[in-house]
Design a protein around this ligand. Structure first.
Ligand code: ADP
Length: 506
């Protein structure tokens, strides 16, 4: 009895630590918007990197032609080919997935890219019309490269560091597209990288292609990240154009001193006026790298602190560690482990339970969504995966509750993140830009957020909690104007679309 009380105490403490009242979520929304401002103001101004992508045109549906895309982001890479018919029509894309041989992940950039170029060539030859690839007309390629990159243009960028098990030292600091293009040339493949993009940017591109009201994209899978369309004048850290017009102002000032031709002065002022107007209406996609977001308002528990300390990247990716599929299962495992330490309700000697990441998130989801009266799935997973046999029903129920608390917190924080983006661009219905008018007077624009990733698409309870929280934070009325739309394979198809929009022959 006393043991049971102790276990219930662990659960109560967890629930308290994971509390996400609407009040707290709104604080997270505000913190996200504030950090976004800070990250846009200066390099290193926030834990949010707010990376420039140089993508200032999103596909609108009129694109035509055949484009290829290459997706390198984890253990697999994908090549795909899309045929665009104009009028928002994409013929069924051909996709081929291939695992990256382990030894290439830590070899040399030449070896890795030769392997990729060979696979791409095979794919082009197989899917194409059979003609010699070196003779075919040049094709444009969208390259989704999901590692941190400092972009120098829409099609070029420098690798900042490897993640996810890759470690090819000679590649760090080098221009990514150039490495691929050189390998393609070595293989006699007539292709150019027209767009080098992050996976979230691909998702936004595909979303925008189907629905022009799409202004942001969120991925919630193994990891989590988001990007959105920002006004160029709000990106303070890249005020190239403004500096140019600043230069022009000083030039004007000088010319004013020396010239008396006021007509030409007026003309130049008019040109500046036009330039500024255009500038204010320009947009650019910003890759937030929101997995690294942090705020003291995030409900952090001792389990999060331990998970972070045990991770290979402590103090990094704090938001991601509370939200994404890579970690949720392990938070649950840590809670169960604590329960078993507090009171041996699971029996003794549980070596499996001490193994990090043994409980994967899809299994946690299965336990959470077990609706059998006896919770047979929960019993099976506890036995097969954690090697805890004969768990009484009462305890199984407790395990389901732990899954619920952990997932609910994750989903609600993700919702707060999304509303944070909407708030930053004045689309949350709070009247940030319209000023003093009351809520009901504000005409909210229809706003679409493209969303992708296994956690959101395959975990029903996660998705439902996220939707519920969006409504709680925004209010019923405003929430009706915000649509979360699932895109499929946006990171690949979207990259091909961006190759089309940014192609030199478009
Ligand atoms: P990635 O993010 O690795 O590119 P996905 O977007 O497909 O790929 O996400 C895969 C992740 O989604 C898995 O690592 C897992 O954490 C999570 N996931 C997949 N299926 C489920 C499921 N049925 N329930 C819960 N989580 C799932």
């Amino acid at each position: 009895r006393r043991k049971w009380r102790r276990v219930v105490g662990v659960l109560a403490e967890l629930e308290q630590g994971c509390e996400t009242t609407v009040g707290r979520l709104k604080q997270v929304v505000d913190a996200m918007a504030v950090e976004m401002h800070a990250g846009l103001a200066s390099e290193g101004g926030s834990k949010l990197k707010m990376l420039l992508t140089f993508v200032d045109t999103l596909p609108n549906g009129s694109e035509k032609g055949i484009y290829y895309a290459l997706h390198l982001g984890g253990t697999n890479f994908r090549v795909l080919r899309v045929q665009l018919g104009g009028q928002r029509s994409i013929l069924e894309p051909d996709v081929e997935r291939q695992p990256i041989p382990q030894h290439l992940m830590t070899s040399t950039s030449e070896e890795l890219f030769d392997f990729i170029a060979s696979s791409l060539k095979e794919f082009v030859e197989k899917e194409g019309d059979g003609s010699d690839t070196s003779l075919m007309r040049r094709r444009d390629l969208g390259f989704t490269f999901s590692f941190p990159v400092k972009q120098t243009s829409v099609s070029t960028g420098i690798l900042i560091k490897w993640t996810k098990g890759f470690g090819i030292e000679d590649m760090v600091g080098r221009e990514v597209s150039e490495c691929l293009e050189q390998a393609m040339a070595r293989k006699g493949l007539n292709m150019l990288v027209a767009a080098l993009v992050n996976d979230t940017v691909g998702t936004l591109a595909l979303g925008h292609y189907h629905d022009p009201d799409t202004i942001a994209a969120v991925i919630i899978g193994t990891g989590t990240n988001a990007c959105y369309l920002e006004r160029t004048d709000a990106i303070i850290k890249c005020q190239g154009l403004l500096t140019t017009s600043g230069g022009m102002v000083s030039f004007l000032y000088v010319s004013r001193q020396t010239s008396s031709d006021s007509l030409s002065d007026e003309l130049i002022y008019f040109v500046i006026y036009l330039l500024t107007l255009t500038y204010l209406h320009l947009h650019q996609v910003v890759n937030m790298e929101w997995g690294n977001f942090w705020s003291s308002h995030l409900p952090r528990t001792s389990y999060d602190i331990e998970l972070d300390a045990d991770s290979p990247n402590p103090n990094d990716q704090g938001f991601e560690k509370m939200i994404s599929g890579m970690y949720l299962g392990d938070i649950v495992r840590r809670v169960i482990l604590r329960m078993s330490h507090e009171a041996d309700i699971f029996g003794d000697a549980l070596p499996k339970l001490s193994m990090p990441f043994i409980l994967r998130t899809p299994l946690m989801a299965e336990m959470h969504e077990d609706d059998s009266p006896e919770l047979t799935e929960v019993a099976r997973i506890l036995k097969d995966t954690l090697e805890i046999p004969d768990v009484p029903l009462k305890v199984r129920k407790l395990v389901v509750k732990v899954c619920d608390v952990v997932t609910r917190r994750a989903a609600r924080l993700a919702a707060a993140g999304i509303v944070g983006i909407l708030k930053k661009i004045g689309r949350d219905g709070s009247g940030g830009i319209t000023g003093g008018r009351s809520r009901s007077d504000i005409k909210m624009k229809r706003t679409v957020v493209a969303i992708e990733g296994g956690l959101y698409t395959s975990y029903t309870m996660f998705r439902e909690y996220l939707h519920e929280a969006m409504i709680e934070i925004l209010g019923e009325e405003a929430a009706q104007h915000v649509i979360l739309k699932v895109t499929e394979d946006g990171s690949g198809v979207g990259a091909a679309l961006l190759a089309a929009t940014h192609s030199s022959d478009h």
